[in-house]
Design a binder for this molecule. Structure first.
Ligand code: FES
Ligand SMILES: [Fe+2]
Length: 372
């Protein structure tokens, strides 16, 4: 499919749907970009957030660093180069940059000039929950912006969690619409992760949209066989679009986070972290011992969660394709929850654009000579 599709830009959007499908995500939040184990010492990878490319690398000291993926000399991608010690070396003339983005070495003659004082933008990175998290915005703000807090999967008594991820050809807002809106029960008629859902609560609180459903959670035969129904009340589910990510909770037994990485206007990577207080051995009333939870979750991911989520992936990819063909078709959205998700995404993007606009204006303001 052509990537040169002309869909309305955020500024040109004529209705809320066109606006939300063009909205970016505010970079001043934490986003998962990769699994911790995928970036070993000495490795460098490219990560893209909303069209902006970052060089993420782990120095030989084991520490992760992220800088703009661009050599300051002739703009080659630094990810084409190599990590030496705790620095990255550009593949062309061998200029080296440290983890703060500072140019620290030029291995050819300087023609009697001083070493240029150059620094590329650098970014905050953290490792948590087995994932690498990037703060693609202003690094001074990173410390004060919370990342998803998931106390259940940390510490000595952590619940088991084996993340799964997908890169889908769909705008991030389509994924957010999908994960908290249960009107798509039909799509999952084979696995029945939720059955007969009825929206019982919808509330917006700051940057969060809470929804609740009365529903039969994990109704399908396969899913159901893992759930200890005698202990867990699986008739109700709470969900939240906690900007920019999403979570759910079923009676404090079954929980998940869906954390998104918006790569560009039509590509999004989604990391799903499902975690369970306890699961039972299928078709027996016996709990799975903790030490077996991880291997069993790996199997459950393969036979159940992945195929189930691939249904969502196929749907949002088809929605993206449909939107690109018919972005001017009349909007026919019934779910009040979806309207609220979209409003939040648009509001956060407008906030970011306004802030960025005022920063740029401030930078452009001429310095008036004193006394004028
Ligand atoms: S382009 Fe990177 S060192 Fe010249
Ligand atoms: Fe779904």
């Amino acid at each position: 499919m052509s990537t040169k599709v002309r869909i309305p830009s955020f500024a040109d959007a004529k209705n809320r749907r066109q606006k939300v499908r063009a909205a970016g995500m505010n970079p001043n939040f934490w986003y998962p970009v990769e699994y911790v184990g995928a970036v070993k010492p000495g490795k460098i990878i490219e990560v893209t957030f909303w069209g902006k490319e970052f060089a993420l690398f782990r120095g030989q000291d084991g520490q992760l660093r992220a800088i703009e993926n661009r050599c300051a000399h002739r703009q080659l991608k630094l990810t084409g180069g190599e990590v030496r010690g705790c620095q990255v070396v550009c593949p062309y003339h061998g200029w080296s940059f440290d983890g703060d983005g500072r140019l620290v070495d030029i291995p050819h003659e300087l023609f009697d000039k001083n070493m240029p004082n150059i620094r590329l933008p650098d970014f905050e990175v953290r490792e948590r929950y087995g994932l690498i998290w990037l703060f693609p915005g202003d690094r001074e703000r990173a410390a004060s912006v919370p990342m998803p807090e998931i106390p259940e999967i940390e510490g000595p008594n952590a619940w088991a969690c084996v993340p799964v991820d997908f890169t889908w050809n769909a705008h991030h807002s389509m994924i957010i619409d999908n994960v908290s809106d249960f009107t798509h029960e039909y799509l999952h008629r084979k696995y029945e992760p939720f059955k007969n859902p009825r929206l019982t609560h919808l509330e917006v609180e700051g940057d969060k949209v809470f929804v609740e459903y009365d529903t039969e959670v994990a109704a399908g035969k396969l899913y159901s066989s893992f759930i200890p129904r005698a202990s867990a009340d699986t008739s109700h589910m709470k969900l939240c679009y906690e900007y920019p990510h999403q979570w759910s909770n079923t009676d404090d037994w079954i929980k998940h986070w869906c954390c998104v990485l918006p790569i560009d206007e039509r590509t999004t990577r989604a990391f799903f972290l499902f975690y369970y207080k306890q699961l039972k051995i299928p078709f027996l009333p016996v709990g799975i011992p903790r030490r077996l939870m991880v291997p069993i979750l790996e199997i459950a991911n393969r036979v159940l969660m992945r195929p189930l989520l691939e249904e969502d992936g196929a749907a949002v990819e088809a929605e993206q394709a449909g939107y690109e063909r018919h972005y001017d078709a009349p909007v026919a959205e019934l779910s009040p929850a979806v309207h609220e998700f979209q409003k939040l995404t648009i509001r956060k993007w407008e906030e970011y654009l306004a802030e960025r606009g005022s920063q740029q204006t401030q930078r452009r303001l001429p310095v008036m000579p004193s006394g004028s």
